[in-house]
Every structure is written in structure tokens, then in C-alpha cells.
Design a protein around this ligand. Structure first.
Ligand code: HEM
Length: 224
């Protein structure tokens, strides 16, 4: 009974939209945490490596968090692709032409493109840093991975840094629309409060996108 209701909810258009909204907002939360941790790169190698080592020491808990993150990313992506395909099919059926007008912005119209860039970015990011070159270092007598060196070595390349800045512009554009749109989908768009939600979404996009882009450029200029 409950399973069939869940199944029905996930297959309905509003159910899918709400799941995209919730997974998107949770991913926005992850980015704030990730950005805060990455700012430790600016403090120095020991601070950053100790932080990464503490995360790695969570063991099974970290695997659970990573599985949750993967489910959020894949769920968000899969549902968004499905919804986008359905919208395109419906447009074809009723022979509607896409028009720019009230309510549509460049950010809203490029959501599939910026989302795709972020997906490609994430795969390359994990391959080059998380699963990238493995160095070791000792801090206060504790042997740990030297993730600071792996990260700074990666950003030595101007091309890699430019790619990160481009991807972060896409992240800012994607979240600037996604943030407020998620609130609207959930029905949290009452009167004057929604204006503030839109502002908050824009501030979030600029701070998070700008923050990651700043770290990339800082790593490039710092060198190893
Ligand atoms: C300047 C930009 C960034 C830097 C320097 C950076 C750095 C890192 C590092 C060092 C790790 C490995 C952590 C570990 O293994 O303990 C990592 C993992 C990860 N990053 Fe980033 N990151 C950046 C931007 C992003 C962005 C924009 C996203 C999302 C779109 C992202 C998503 C992830 C994810 C999902 C993981 C895996 C987390 C885990 O498995 O625990 N990163 N990043």
C-alpha cells in the first residue's frame, strides 16, 4: 500500500519535481560544507590534511555519507533528465515553440546544459583529486594522505584552473535559478517572502560559485 503510493508519487510529474527540488536543496547544503572545508587550503597544508584525515577516519560513517551523496546526485540527475524529456515530448505534441518571455531567464533555459557541465565536472573532479595521485605526509607524528599536494599539483595547469572557473560559473548560473525554483515547487513561495528567497538564491550562487572559483585561482597562483 505504502510502496504503491510511493511509486505513484515518484511517477507523477509533481512528485518528480518535488524530489528534484529536495535533492537539489540538499546538494546546495553539501556545497556549503565542501566549500568551507576547502577554505582550509588557504590556512596551510597541515590544517587541510588534518581535516581530510579526520573525514577519512570516519570509516563506515563516511561510506554512508558518500552513498547518500551519490544517491542525491544520481537521483537529481536521473529525475531531471526524465522530466526534461517529458517536457520536450509535450512541447512537440502541442507544437509549442520555446519563447523567452515572462518568467524565463537565461539561467532557467540553460538548466540542462549547466547541469550536464556539472555532471562532467564531478566525474573529472573525483578522478583527478579524490582518486588522484596519492602522496603521504606526517603531521604531529600521524601518517596521513597529503591531499593538499594532490590538489595544488592539479591546479598547476592553467587549463585545469580555467575549466574549474568555467564550471563554477555554470554552478552559479544553475543554482541561481534552481534555489528559488525549488522553493516555488515546494509551494514555499508566499508573497513578499519569495522575493527574499530569490535574493538569497542569487547571493548563494555568487558566494558558492565565486568561492570555489577563488580557491581554484588561489591554488593555481600558490603553486607547489
Ligand atoms: C575549488 C574547487 C574544489 C576543490 C579544491 C575541491 C576539493 C576536493 C577534495 C580535496 C576532495 C577529496 C576529499 C577527500 O577525499 O577527503 C573532494 C571531493 C569531492 N568533491 Fe570537491 N572540490 C572542489 C569543488 C567541488 C564542487 C563544485 C563539487 C560539486 C559540484 C565537488 C564535489 C565533490 C564531491 C562529491 C567529492 C567526494 C566527497 C567524498 O567522497 O567524501 N567539489 N573535493
Amino acid at each position: 500500500m505504502v510502496t504503491s503510493a510511493m511509486n505513484h508519487y515518484c511517477k507523477s510529474s509533481i512528485g518528480r519535481k518535488q524530489l528534484i527540488a529536495v535533492t537539489g536543496l540538499l546538494l546546495c547544503g553539501f556545497l556549503v560544507g565542501h566549500l568551507t572545508g576547502n577554505f582550509l587550503l588557504l590556512v596551510g597544508p597541515d590544517a587541510f590534511n588534518i581535516y581530510a584525515h579526520k573525514l577519512a577516519s570516519l570509516g563506515a560513517v563516511l561510506y554512508l555519507i558518500e552513498a547518500g551523496l551519490a544517491a542525491l546526485f544520481l537521483g537529481h540527475l536521473g529525475l531531471a533528465i526524465k522530466l526534461n524529456m517529458e517536457n520536450m515530448k509535450a512541447k512537440g505534441k502541442y507544437q509549442q515553440k520555446t519563447r523567452t518571455g515572462r518568467g524565463t531567464t537565461i539561467a532557467s533555459q540553460t538548466m540542462p546544459i549547466t547541469g550536464l557541465v556539472l555532471f562532467i565536472f564531478l566525474i573529472l573532479h573525483l578522478c583527478s583529486i579524490k582518486f588522484g595521485s596519492h602522496y603521504e605526509t606526517t603531521v604531529d607524528g600521524v601518517l596521513m594522505r597529503d591531499l593538499y599536494r594532490t590538489t595544488l599539483e592539479y591546479f598547476r595547469s592553467t587549463g585545469a584552473t580555467a575549466w574549474y572557473v568555467f564550471a563554477m560559473i555554470c554552478a552559479a548560473v544553475h543554482t541561481s535559478h534552481g534555489f528559488a525554483s525549488a522553493f516555488q515547487t515546494m509551494g514555499w513561495n508566499h508573497g513578499k517572502y519569495f522575493k527574499n528567497v530569490k535574493r538569497l538564491g542569487l547571493i548563494y550562487a555568487i558566494l558558492v560559485g565565486g568561492g570555489f572559483a577563488f580557491i581554484s585561482i588561489w591554488c593555481h597562483m600558490k603553486g607547489v
